[in-house]
Design a protein around this ligand. Structure first.
Ligand code: ADP
Ligand code: MG
Length: 347
C-alpha cells in the first residue's frame, strides 16, 4: 500500500507522538504497580488497620475505609440513627440491604450453633453495662427477665424488613467485624488488589499471600498475657479469616470476680467455662466471627464436638483456662505453638 505525502506527515506529526505518549503512560502505570499502602482507623469501637499491595492500593484502601464507616453507622447499637437502633425501638424496620443480610446470617449462625450464638442478647448485654461501660452485676430478677426475652428464632427477615418480638432487642456485635472484614476484602479485590491484610481489632482477614509470596502470619494472643503483644502461637493463612474471641477483650471485675463480654444466651450470665480463647479460621469472615463467639460459650468439649460435625466449614485453635492448646487437623500444619505441643483434634 502506498501512502500519500499528507498521510505520511499525519503519521509522523500526530500519530507517532500520540503512540509514544501512550507507551509512556503504560510505563508509568507499570512503575505505579504494587504500591504498599496502609491506613489505621478507629471504628466499631476498636482500632483497625488495612494494608493493601497492588496498583491503586491507596484508592482501594480509602474505598474500604468509607465502607467500614457506612457499615458502622448502620450496625452500631450505640448510634440512635442506626438500623439496629430503629429495629430495637420499633421492633420492625425497613433497613439497608446489608443490615438485612447480616441479620439473616445471624439467624443462620444462631440455628447452626443451637443458640450458643444469639443475636437477640442485647437486653442482657445492657443489664451488665457492656453497652455503655457502666459495668454492674445485675439483680437476679431483672437478669432472668432479660434472659427470658433472648430467642434468635423470633428474629424475622423479610426482604429488607427486619423484625424482633415486642420485648426483644438485637445486637449484631458478635459478627459485625467479621462481616466487615469480608466486605473490605471484596472491595480491595474489586480494585485489583491481590495481597492484603485486614485487622479489625484482632479480627484478621487475609487476601492472597504476602508480597514476597509467603503466606501471611497471624499471631494468637496469650489469654494470660498482659498485652496484645504476648503471643501464644501463630497461624499462617492465605485467603482466610482468622478471628479470635477471648475473655480478655472486654470485661470488668467486682468483688474479685471477673465478668466477660460474651454471655451465655441460655442463662444471661457471662460465659464461664474451661475456655480462655477461641480462634476460628475460615474463608467466611462472618461465620468465623459468629463461631468464635459461639464456641467460647460452648466450652471446650462441646466446641471440639461442634468442630468435628462441621469441619468442612472451619478450623479452630482452642486455648483452655489451664493454658493447653487444641488445634483442629485442617490447620495443624499451619499452626506454630510458642509453648507446649498442642493437642490435635481429629475427626
Ligand atoms: P469482639 O467483638 O470483642 O471481638 P466477639 O466477636 O466474641 O468479640 O463478640 C462479642 C460481642 O458479641 C459482644 O460485645 C456482644 O455485642 C455480642 N455477644 C455477646 N455474647 C453473645 C452471644 N452469645 N451471641 C451473640 N452475640 C453475643
Ligand atoms: Mg465473634
Amino acid at each position: 500500500m502506498k501512502r500519500s505525502k499528507s498521510e505520511k506527515r499525519f503519521i509522523k506529526v500526530l500519530l507517532l507522538p500520540a503512540l509514544l505518549a501512550l507507551a509512556a503512560a503504560g510505563l508509568c502505570s507499570c512503575a505505579q504497580r504494587n504500591t504498599d499502602y496502609s491506613e489505621d482507623l478507629f471504628a466499631m469501637d476498636t482500632v483497625m488497620s488495612i494494608r493493601a499491595i497492588g496498583p491503586d492500593a491507596e484508592e482501594a484502601v480509602k474505598a474500604a475505609v468509607s465502607e467500614i464507616r457506612r457499615l458502622d453507622s448502620l450496625l452500631s447499637t450505640g448510634n440512635d440513627s442506626s438500623d439496629i437502633s430503629a429495629i430495637n425501638r420499633n421492633k420492625t424496620a425497613q433497613t439497608d440491604q446489608d443490615t438485612a443480610l447480616l441479620a439473616f446470617r445471624a439467624k443462620e449462625i444462631y440455628r447452626l450453633t443451637g443458640g450458643a450464638f444469639d443475636p437477640t442478647v442485647y437486653p442482657v448485654m445492657r443489664l451488665w453495662g457492656f453497652t455503655d461501660r457502666n459495668y454492674q452485676v445485675p439483680e437476679e430478677e431483672a437478669l432472668q427477665a432479660a434472659a427470658a426475652t433472648v430467642n434468635g428464632e423470633s428474629l424475622q427477615i423479610d426482604g429488607n424488613t427486619v423484625s424482633v418480638a415486642a420485648d426483644q432487642e438485637m445486637d449484631l456485635g458478635g459478627i459485625a467485624k467479621g462481616f466487615t472484614s469480608a466486605r473490605v476484602i471484596e472491595i480491595l479485590k474489586q480494585h485489583g488488589i491481590t495481597s492484603a491484610l485486614v485487622n479489625l481489632g484482632g479480627n484478621v482477614q487475609t487476601l492472597g499471600s504476602r508480597p514476597d509470596g509467603k503466606p501471611w502470619t497471624i499471631g494468637i494472643r496469650d489469654p494470660k498475657g498482659d498485652s496484645a503483644e504476648d503471643l501464644i502461637g501463630a497461624v499462617t493463612a492465605v485467603d482466610l479469616a482468622v478471628i479470635t474471641s477471648g475473655g480478655y477483650e472486654r470485661f470488668f471485675e467486682e468483688d474479685g470476680k471477673t465478668y466477660i463480654h460474651i454471655v451465655d444466651p441460655k442463662t444471661g450470665y457471662p460465659a464461664e467455662n474451661d475456655l480462655a480463647s477461641v480462634t476460628v479460621v475460615s474463608p467466611d469472615g462472618t461465620l468465623a466471627d459468629g463461631l468464635s463467639t459461639a464456641l467460647y460459650v460452648m466450652g471446650r468439649e462441646k466446641a471440639a464436638a461442634f468442630w468435628k460435625d462441621h469441619s468442612d466449614l472451619f478450623d479452630c485453635v482452642l486455648i483452655d483456662t489451664g493454658g493447653r492448646l487444641y488445634v483442629s487437623e485442617g490447620i495443624a500444619e499451619d499452626f506454630t505453638s510458642f509453648t507446649e505441643e498442642p493437642v490435635l483434634l481429629t475427626k
